[in-house]
Write a protein that binds this ligand. Sequence first.
Ligand code: MRU
Length: 342
Amino acid sequence: MQPLQTTSLRVANNRLFILDQQALPQEKHWLPASTVEELVGHIHALRVRGAPLIGLSASLLLALLAEQGAARSRLAQALETLRAARPTAVNLMNNLERMKQALAQENWVAALANEALRLVEEDKRLCDDIAQAGAALVKPGSRLLTHCNTGGLATAGTGTALGVIALAHQQGKVATVWVDETRPLLQGGRLTAWELGELGVPYQLITDSMAASIMAKGQVDAVWVGADRIAANGDVANKIGTYSLAVLAKFHGVPFYVAAPQTTLDPGCPNGEAIPIEQRAGAEVTGVAGSFGCVQWAPEDARVYNPAFDVTPASLISGWVLDSGVVTPPEVAAGVFAKSIL
Ligand code: MRU
């Protein structure tokens, strides 16, 4: 396969590498993802993460394994193993569905490589189109609040919500970005803060519990988040903590926008209740780990509840900003997502 480089994915010498998102921002390591087991391990540990990126990494690995001579039956098995690596982000399932169709073709080795590369190129375009559509909604002098990480680290392109913010900044419209640190895994504090710094976008890092007080003081003009799955009725699964931001935004009269590519739509999923929510290890809540080390503050035997995502009902969302443009609440109520065909 031809060499490829995005912010957090690399194909070199026919091997896949991922930028370790658990070590950032203190350390920058490129790790090999040469086998299904290796990539699934990286996905579970969130060394590779973000809804679009996990789908792309899985697709690239399948294509590379095919080029290395893996049998079709082994690839079919590998595809199912990768599909089950994380349950909530539907981009993984949607990308692998397209890879499955490529695997069914007569010239499947070439078809898999072409499809994986096409998915990467498509994702870059989707990000650009989301950014254009979203930046048009950002008013000059805006103080924007974002949650988790939705930038170049999480996609092949400029990102979803963070791509909107980056373009609005280039257009001179962003006064500051409030970055939710995003407990428990700190994607905001570690990754979004780093990306905004690299882009030269002014930001202030806050703990998740500070959002209410800055909204009450009138210091947030809009909230921008990404999505892991958008159901047919417009309900959105995204990083845990998104729902509380949406409730706060509604209470304070702050617009709440969801930015996502069409690969995040799941027209077959009727509503948020039907979205599977990943439960993760208690150790993520009882302490913290990263390239800075590992600490535990809770008692050894603390019982933990750790859902990785929550669901924001459509009624709290001001607009769904897709690559195809801004979808409004009346359009969602009229069933536009239920009819969408990927
Ligand atoms: O658990 P993560 O870090 O993969 O969760 C990521 C998110 O929730 C993002 O907001 C979402 O995937 C959109 S990424 C463009």
